[in-house]
Design a protein around this ligand. Sequence first.
Ligand code: BES
Ligand code: MN
Ligand code: ZN
Length: 476
Amino acid sequence: MKITTHTGPWETLSVDALAWPLTTAMQPQRGLDSALAGLWSEIGAEFKGKAGESLVLHRPPGEHVRRHVLIGVGKQADAFSLHAFGSQAARIAGKMSAKRLAIIVSDPAQVRRVVEGVLFGDCHLRAVKDGNGSAIEELILCGAVENCDIAAAQIDGDAINYARELITAPANELGPVELADRAAADGRAAGLEVEVFDETALRSMGAGAILAVGQGSVRPPRLVRLSWAPQNAKGSGHLFLIGKGITFDSGGLSLKPADSMEKMKYDMAGAATMLAVMLAAARRRLPVRVSALLALAENMPSGTALRPGDVIAAMNGKTIEVINTDAEGRLVLADALVYATRLGATQIIDAATLTGAVSVALGSVNVAVLSNNDALAGHIRAAGQSVGERFWQLPMDEEYLAPMRGDISDLRNASAERKAGTITAAKFLEQFVSETPWAHLDIAGTAWTDKATAAYPKGATGVAVRTLLRLVEDLA
Ligand code: BES
Ligand code: MN
Ligand code: ZN
């Protein structure tokens, strides 16, 4: 998709569709009203500007705009509603095969949100039925577009779609090795330093937990390190982004029920998220030192699989009794977290589809943030707010660690009770970061949506990519 700007009046546009973001408080838009020759009073009865509402007006006489697409953004135009607006405009344009889509923008600070939304809504993930890829050929931003970094918006939008594409890929096509190969090839092409650790390397570095999770599959596990360390990097900090990359989670011997097990291909969404952020950071040449570790394995039941009751040792020597082989994410993350601290991380953020319990707590609306550092958690929440993604912090009191302490080991990987499953999982992870400021993002409830909404089509959402990019940008 080509993205251009148009600073003249919209009447001089020649496009297939022109999309207008309208709030519930709207007055007849200047220009729109005259174009519609006073039709506004009639339209206003049918169109209230509610979030997600839309109305298409065809071929206004004497105009080069073939259709006006009115889209409601609710009470106010903010990062959330404008991203949804862009996404919805792209999907409506796609349905009517509009190749040239123009969009009215009134706030230069929010243009990026709209552009990301359009790229998001225009991306047809493996759409076998209607063909792959994008439908819109040119996006024309019309109005207040001064000082807007369109190139950055395009890189970020592409990164989100890259993550969504990987998350959507079925597990037969994308196992740990295939994902590691993709990360290495795309990472190197973007200018990142890449290191891939295979089973032999994992054994010599003591990554007992990643190996244990991977041992039930004929497809071996991998750990991938991606680093961006430009000469002009600001400060002496080194942020590490850690992604859970279970390319398929059957549960292992603690097998999951068949019901919707097919969705467990998205259990690598954390790794896809961090990979996408790294690619965009490099492509934008952000002056920040940042690395990612992707912990990749397939969790399968077999004669060689990890058993409930087995005791394993993570990279820092802590022993873990495996109570439930379906609590595998925290195991692979444990090794990656320890490795990050060894490599000198000054800040760690992990993203993981870690617990079903997070959907009970927060539904599909908020990502759960759990942290040993309130300032870092607050920074993540603020970054999310500014790009239009919701994060909610959960408590981390010491009491939550008690059910994770082992009888014959330091830790157990699952608590005896089901209570506070998202928090007890995070307390487990905390045991592997030493004192490093760290935040854990549980994206199990938000990385995939079964229902299309105004903001998101069905499937992989790419949640957290935009927020983490904003955070990395803030460090620059
Ligand atoms: N990958 C799952 C969590 C998950 C569930 C992600 C539903 C997306 C949708 C994770 O590995 C898991 O199985 N967690 C268990 C932990 C339990 C055994 C302590 C869970 O949440 O049930
Ligand atoms: Mn699991
Ligand atoms: Zn899992």
